[in-house]
Structures are given as structure tokens and as C-alpha cells.
Design a protein around this ligand. Structure first.
Ligand code: AHR
Length: 622
């Protein structure tokens, strides 16, 4: 590899190049990043009609003793469904309740993770015509081992009454449930039952371990909230930002019909902006443009959709004197969010009607917010766009071979058009990717090296999808795998860490000379270590082949400190190796001083690249 570090051939990589894309898919948010433990907390998952589907709330006891149903008696106007529990038994008879009582429980999202010594806040609303005596507890999955208990004893709850409890768990169980039981006949209504761990990231509601995995990627941007999730299979099921803000009890929630699950929208529009800010990432809002996944186009009545988006922009960017800016301020964020990019829809370009709708949104947004960069989802890499845009979306899901060869995907794209946002990329076929293989990560790394090289016309890139709850693997593979208690990164997650320092770095001109470059890609950057303001040369290599490769590096234009070289290698015995809950670190980067097989003299070095490996070498420049 010849590396030319002269100023003339160097170029600055955009600060924004590598970021993340969050979609509410695979229970990424509900049952994932959002720490709420109760699934279907408002009993709304079955829709607004009664009887409603209350799953996963289940009966405790026999239906001859207790009956669960729903009605529309909630005190919350936007989500009227409440749970009605008719208890027919009593401690005295004629129908005698079992000793443990009868009632209702919620197992959360495939089990609640309750940890010994940790605190959990329960908030609920209830009413009853009679005095009540209800036991509330966190228990194991069968209800037999209590982890924390409390009692609701109230003589007058004929109107809806808000109650709050703090539980401190006396044991750990990742498969716990929340239950309400009683041995007293009567009728009790429940609504908006929320159980949150007290320990969430900064108390903001994000699961701490998952937040940290995101923060460790140092993402330059956060694209949200989808994907197809934004489109909706049918328009009424598309996400509407105004329904996802404000007090959680008043959010109606919605059924994401594309990925087939209900979300209470605890992780809403405000929380996404907050998440981006806390990650130090630029928010990129993808909004519904009046088109659903199945091609319904709303053109004649598009104006309300445009107003909704303009209101959303004011919510993010307006100062506290504006209508929607004041709503944001009242939610605790008086300063505007740093919103610079929006995407008009997702993957609807082939649908007739996209351009018509797009232009209307485009003109309205540019009129009020000329500084906002607008992303079209028509691919501008294959042909010139026939409409104005600042960026265009580029999605690629393909085989390992093809992904690796896409190193050159942007080499011949015109330099004068809008920039590319590679907002979704991944190796997907099961035979290459398994449920997250080393092979997939290596192929993706090859692709990203090509993006670095073409970062004069590629402004941003993000892997997709980000999260999968292992109990709802709707889309495979994913970067982070989680269950109620644990999480691990797939090799594709760890691969992204090799590119963290590329944002804003200087790309050097490097030329790979090899007998066969079919299995090898490389790049060279200079990046600044902000801890001590020193500059490092970082060389990255992907060797997707099955034989080790001897490398000789010749560096022109910069001197390196030969004693400082550190190598980081992502590899494994078998190219199809994966991480798992049992072995989360099987395929993770290993960092060590570069000593073996290395000769250093300040301008040249030689070493061997392992087979099936992604390697980065950091050397201090002098
Ligand atoms: O990332 C999964 C899905 O793939 C996204 O929702 C969509 O944009 C693409 O088709």
C-alpha cells in the first residue's frame, strides 16, 4: 500500500459520514431501547373498539371467578379504552377466592428484567365503586416467587385515581411479571399502568446498557423513526408525530402494521430529538409524505400532511415564543434542537405520485426553512435526479460478494449532483449473514472503505436495522441483539467502531498494489485524538480472503512514531462465526501493540494481515 500524505492529495471527510439509523422494528424501541416494562400499558393495543385485545395482559385465576373485559371509560380522551376486572369470588363466599387471590398480570416484553436492589416506579390509574384491597407485586414468571410487593387499600376511588409506588426488588429475575390480585368481590377498572426502572440513562427513559452501545459508536447523526415504520402499511397506521408527544398517559399509541406490533409511543418525537442530543448526533427526521407502503397516495388532501410537517419543524427549531416551540419548551427543552436534515418519506420513489407529493413538501419546507437539507428517496447515483434535493437516499441489502464489490459503487457517480445518504446498508442473505456473521461485517467494511474514498459525494451512511429483540426477529441481521436483560453487538456492530474516527478526518491518497485485489481493500486517514490533541495515521484493511496477506506500507509526506503502532483486529476462526448471549465477545476487536511481524523505520512497515480480518493500525505522526 502506497500512502501519499501530501496536502495536495488529501481531502477532509465530512463530519457527518458515519451515524446510526433507529427504526421501530423488531421491538427496537418498545421492548428495547425504551425502558418501559409494561407492554400495552393503556390496553389500547386492540384499537379503540370494544371488546379490545388486551394482550399481553392475562387473567390470574379461573374465568368463573374473575372476568377481564374492556370499555371506553378511561379518563384519557385520546385513549378511551380501560380494563374492567369483575371479581366474582370473595374470601367469605359463596364463591371463595383461591388463597393467592385472582387478578391480572403483564409479563412485559417477553419477561420483565427485575434486578435485586434496584428500584422500579409503578404508576397506574384505577377506580372502583367499592373500597378496594389489591396486592401489587413483581413476581417470577409463574407468580409464585414475589420480588417486591405492595398493597392498594383505598376506601374511596369512585373517580379515576392516580397511584404511584416505588418497588425495591429483593431478588433478580429477567423473566418477571407485574401482577394485581385480590380476594375481594367487586369491579375495578385499570388504565395507563406503567412500570419503569428508576435507573435509565440520565433518568430520561433509555435503557442504560443499550444507550451505551449506541454512544460507543460515537454516531454523527441519528436517523429516525424508520424506515417502513414511517410509511405504514396503510396510511392510518403511519406514525404521526403529534400523537407521540406530551404526557405518556395521553399518547394514544399506534399499531405499526408493517412490523406487526403495537407501540405505546413512549419513545416519541421529543425523545428521539433528546436521544440524538445526548448522543452528540445530528437528528435526521424521516416523515410520512402522504404515501403508505402499499402505495396509497394522498394527493388532493396533502395540505394537512404538509402542515403537520411544518408544525414538526417548528416544534424542533422554533423558539419558545412560537406555537410549537413553546410546546417543546414546556416539555423541558427551551433551546431548539439542532435539526439540519429531513427526509421526505422512505423508499416511495418508484410509486407514481411520490414526485408530486415530494415537490409540495420540498417547496413548503424551503420556503420557511431554507437552511434545512432535504433528502429525496430517489436514487441519484444511477441517474440524475429530476427534482431538487440536497441529498438522496441510497439503500443496499445484498450478498457478501456483491457488498464487497460495491467498494466502487460511487466511483463513477457525477460529482455535481446532490450528495448521497447511504441510510441503510447490510449483507442480508442468511447463507452469508447468518444472524450476524463475521463475513457480513467484512463485506460491509469493504463497502464503507469505498464510501470513505467517495466521501466528496457521500455525506452520510448508516447500517440497518440497529436493534433486534431476539423474541421478535422480524428482520435479520441487525447490529445489536437484545433481550429483557442483556445485549450484544454483532460483528457488523463492532465493524462500525473501526470507522468512528473517520468523521471529520483527513483522507489520504492510498494505492493498493497486489497480485489480486479481489479480496482486499484499504484506506488511510489522519485523525485527531481529541484527548491529547495528537494526530494519528490510521490504516484500515479488509482481507475477506481465506489466506493471510503480507503487506508492505510505504508512506510519503508524513513521519510516524515507529514505537507507537497499535493494531485492532476483528477476526475469528471461522468466517461465519457470530456473537451470542453466551459468547458476546467471540467476534470483537482485539487491540494490541503492533509488534509481531512488523518493521518500522518511520516511512515503511511490513506486517501480515490475518485471513478473514478487518484490521486498523494507528500510528502517531511526528
Ligand atoms: O431496515 C429495514 C427496512 O428495510 C426499512 O424499514 C426499509 O426502509 C427497508 O426496506
Amino acid at each position: 500500500l502506497f500512502v501519499n500524505a501530501s496536502k495536495q492529495s488529501a481531502r477532509t471527510i465530512p463530519d457527518t459520514l458515519f451515524g446510526i439509523f433507529f427504526e421501530e422494528i423488531n421491538h427496537a424501541g418498545a421492548g428495547g431501547l425504551w425502558a418501559e416494562l409494561v407492554d400495552n400499558r393503556g390496553f389500547e393495543a386492540g384499537g379503540q373498539a370494544t371488546p379490545s385485545d388486551i394482550a399481553p395482559w392475562f387473567i390470574i385465576g379461573d374465568e368463573s371467578l374473575v372476568v377481564l373485559s374492556t370499555d371506553r371509560s378511561s379518563c384519557f380522551d385520546r385513549n378511551k379504552i380501560a380494563l374492567r376486572m369483575d371479581v366474582l369470588c370473595d374470601s367469605k363466599g359463596p364463591l371463595i377466592c383461591p388463597a393467592g387471590g385472582v387478578g391480572v398480570y403483564n409479563p412485559g416484553f417477553w419477561g420483565m428484567n427485575i434486578e435485586q436492589g434496584k428500584s422500579y416506579k409503578l404508576i397506574l390509574y384505577l377506580r372502583s365503586y367499592n373500597p378496594i384491597n389489591v396486592s401489587v407485586s413483581l413476581t417470577d414468571s409463574t407468580g409464585s416467587q414475589p420480588l417486591a410487593t405492595s398493597n392498594i387499600i383505598a376506601s374511596s376511588v369512585s373517580n379515576w385515581t392516580r397511584m404511584e409506588f416505588l418497588f425495591v426488588a429483593k431478588a433478580t429475575n429477567p423473566n418477571s411479571r407485574l401482577q394485581f390480585t385480590t380476594t375481594q368481590a367487586g369491579v375495578i377498572w385499570f388504565d395507563q399502568v406503567s412500570l419503569m426502572p428508576v435507573d435509565t440513562y440520565k433518568g430520561l427513559g433509555f435503557r442504560e446498557d443499550l444507550f451505551q452501545l449506541l454512544a460507543d459508536l460515537k454516531p454523527a447523526f441519528l436517523r429516525f423513526p424508520g424506515g417502513c415504520f414511517v410509511e405504514g402499511g396503510r396510511l392510518p397506521n403511519a406514525v404521526r408525530w403529534k400523537d407521540t408527544i406530551g404526557p405518556w398517559e395521553e399518547r394514544p399509541g399506534h399499531y405499526g402494521d408493517v412490523w406487526d406490533y403495537w407501540t405505546d409511543d413512549g419513545l416519541g418525537h421529543f425523545e428521539f430529538f433528546q436521544l440524538a442530543e445526548d448522543l452528540g448526533a445530528l437528528p435526521i427526521w424521516v416523515f410520512n409524505n402522504g404515501i403508505s407502503l402499499h402505495g396509497e397516495v394522498n394527493m388532493s388532501v396533502i395540505l394537512p400532511f404538509i402542515h403537520e410537517v411544518l408544525d414538526g419543524l417548528e416544534f424542533a427549531k422554533g423558539d419558545a415564543s412560537t406555537t410549537w416551540g413553546s410546546v417543546r419548551a414546556a416539555l423541558g427543552h427551551p433551546e431548539p434542537f439542532d435539526l439540519r436534515y429531513v427526509a421526505i418519506g422512505n423508499e416511495e420513489c418508484p410509486i407514481q405520485g411520490y414526485r408530486g407529493n415530494y415537490l409540495k413538501f420540498y417547496q413548503a419546507i424551503k420556503h420557511y426553512y431554507p437552511e434545512i437539507k432535504i433528502i429525496s428517496n430517489c436514487d441519484g447515483s444511477s441517474q440524475k435526479l429530476d427534482h431538487p434535493a440536497d441529498l438522496y437516499d441510497y439503500h443496499i441489502y445484498t450478498s457478501a460478494n456483491n457488498m464487497f464489490s460495491k467498494y466502487n459503487a460511487f466511483d463513477y457517480v457525477a460529482r455535481d449532483g446532490p450528495k448521497a445518504f447511504v441510510s441503510e446498508y447490510a449483507v442480508t442473505p442468511k447463507e452469508d449473514a447468518g444472524t450476524g456473521s463475521l463475513l457480513a461485517a467484512l463485506a460491509e467494511a469493504g463497502f464503507l472503505l469505498g464510501l470513505e474514498r467517495n466521501s466528496d459525494i457521500v455525506e452520510m451512511a448508516s447500517y440497518a436495522p440497529l436493534f433486534v429483540n431476539t423474541n421478535d426477529r422480524h428482520w435479520n441481521p441487525d447490529a445489536i441483539v437484545l433481550n429483557s436483560a442483556k445485549a450484544y453487538g454483532t460483528p457488523s456492530y463492532w465493524m462500525q467502531q473501526f470507522f468512528i474516527e473517520s468523521n471529520g478526518a483527513t483522507l489520504l491518497n492510498s494505492t493498493l498494489q497486489a497480485s489480486s485485489t479481489n479480496s482486499l481493500h484499504a484506506s488511510a486517514i489522519i485523525w485527531k485524538n481529541t484527548d491529547d490533541a495528537t494526530y494519528y495515521l490510521r490504516l484500515k484493511f479488509v482481507n475477506i480472503g481465506s489466506v493471510p496477506v503480507s503487506m508492505k506500507i510505504s508512506i510519503d509526506g508524513v513521519k510516524i512514531n515507529t514505537k507507537s503502532a497499535l493494531s485492532t483486529v476483528l477476526t475469528s476462526d471461522n468466517v461465519m462465526d457470530e456473537n451470542s448471549f453466551d459468547k458476546p465477545a467471540k467476534v470483537t476487536p482485539v487491540r494490541a501493540p503492533l509488534t509481531a511481524n512488523v518493521e518500522l523505520d518511520g516511512t515503511e512497515m511490513t506486517f501480515t494481515l490475518a485471513q478473514h480480518s478487518l484490521t486498523s493500525i494507528d500510528v502517531l505522526t511526528t
